[in-house]
Design a protein around this ligand. Sequence first.
Ligand code: GCW
Length: 694
Amino acid sequence: MKGFAQTPVSDDGYRLWLKYDLINDAAKRQAYTRSTQFVSLTGNSPMLKSAANELSTGLQGLLGKSVPVIQNAGNRTGGIVLNRLTGPDADSQLLAKEGYRITSKNNTITITGKTDAGVLYGAFALLRQMQTLQPVEAISLTSNPKVQFRMLNHWDNVDGSVERGYAGSSLWKWYELPERVDPRYRDYARANASLGINGTVVNNVNASARFMTAEYLHKVAALADVFRPYGIRVYLSVYFAAPKTLGGLKTSDPLDPQVRRWWADKVKEIYQIIPDFGGLLVKANSEGEPGPQDYGRTHADGANMLAEAMKPYDGVVIWRAFVYKADPKADRFKAAHEEFTPLDGQFDKKVIVQVKNGPIDFQPREPFSPLFGNMPKTSLGMEFQITQEYLGFATHLVYEAPLFKECLDADTYVNGKGSTVAKIVDGSLHRYSMSAIAGVANAGSIRNWTGHPIAQANWYAFGRLAWDHTLSSEAIAREWVTMTLTHNPPATKRIVNLMLKSRDIYVDYNTPLGLSRPWSGVHFAPEPWQNRSSRPDWTAVYYHRADSAGLGFDRTATGSNALAQYRPEVRRTWENPQTCPLPYLLWFHHVPWNQQLTTGRTLWNELCTRFYTGADSVRWMQQEWAQVKPAVDPAIHADVSARLATQQREAVWWRDAWVLYLQSYAKQPIPAPYKKPDRTLEEVKRLTDVYLLR
Ligand code: GCW
């Protein structure tokens, strides 16, 4: 295979997809050189400077020659011109606020934007063209973001820990800030800007009131200063009871005038310290967090109070819809819809309600949340989870673009066929005044940012889809692999294929046919037998409902009737076990063990087939990865190989746990050609117990 000689001896993964290593192909380099003699900008806006510097650094690496940044090239040709429009122009029509247009004429490449941010995104897009070895001679590329707020949510705590973080500790070093500004913050901003991410919530939604103190606001302001030249605004998660705990008031009731005044003053203070502050994110009355319901008020009352405080400023309130009560008779699936749809139309214009992709909780596979489509008068934003809470932490290789796409492309049928979740989230279907998409970040203090080297692709894919949800999982993977791992075409093809299959493989050994497992015990290990907790919906048995008759949660009219929350077109397909897609089957049906499925196998046999092929497929992943060894940096290759070995061992663990446990209800042998596990259920449980030890 061609090209390994130039691969650096060891790559620590720090540079993410912004590697800018020398392009091996001399002809390509020459072609690019013709129109990259200089980078020209006019004026000295910080964002345009970021764009120019990124181009200069990137091209220097890619082409092996220095590319000066100059002021206003005038008629000079042969370079890159950053063209921030100042008045109406032929291109204005084509461009949205943050969009860009890249054109080429007389060996001069022009990057046009209506805003500095547009130009910045165009600069990264041009670099991407070259990093992926696309021709630029006749480039004509126009791109506008489909969604307005494209954000990361960090679940980072004041003590440096990260809730559901698997890549070290928090990136933010609160005890060093604001004086010491880790150079890494800038690289974080560069990585995000390269994808078009324009906002970041720096603290956990299980929020500490500490972030509302002047002491901490100044620390946050130091981060904002670093992010600003990259078009990224900072947001903070809010502790709803702060008026009491921090302000010393008797209540945090959102209708109390003193409380309202406290928030208005607080927001004013925030804007004094961070003039371009993005807004507030709120988790309220969820999993023990305080909220307006503590005072008999609604989510809308709470959100609107904050919106009122934000009114004088250019910022938003993002209110999460992740709520469910500890009601033993309720179906958690239905909770968010039940609580939020009656409030449609009551939220202030400044409020975005942020909805997790599925109705429960970031499961390996969930149907889309029934809130999408059912709140036409409220700007609904999407919340995806990039960090792999339920997807094998940082040890299992799971490429998430197919998961994101499955939800975005799902058809809600609210306004007839083609009413996809994406069209709701981008605001086009219900003509929302604002649109938002957030990803719970997977980046931490580990040198390579994400722990698993391939998990970088999930950050990348989230960002790319936030900008343009019509991109395919495959195209995104190909870009990422080419920019990050190898330029070798056969190796790229192999890795992309492996990535594209990885999520289904994970689902097969972990939660096939619509099983789910959001219980609170060990998030890491299989525990389908877990039946004790402070609340029923924090047990495993609540979700899978295995019994001697069968398996799965009946959400049809004979059961919880959660299906009634979907449009008839969706409901009809899903409520009939014959037409319900197999990946969602057990989400909606309690299926008899001997029921024949569309595959021709009984439920029990199909389950076994999935668990065994899923686990076996990890071996296939290992073999595929072994094949690309010559084309990938040795350190990264070894890292992924080792993690795949762990994944293989754990996939068998998941398989064994489920089949042995379910077998105690199904009372049937493991079907041929599969061999029964060579350990007992008790042995598997003992292994899980290890992870329950404190
Ligand atoms: O799934 C749960 C996670 C919690 C998280 C919560 C949420 C931040 O296990 O760690 O809390 O979701 O989204 O609020």
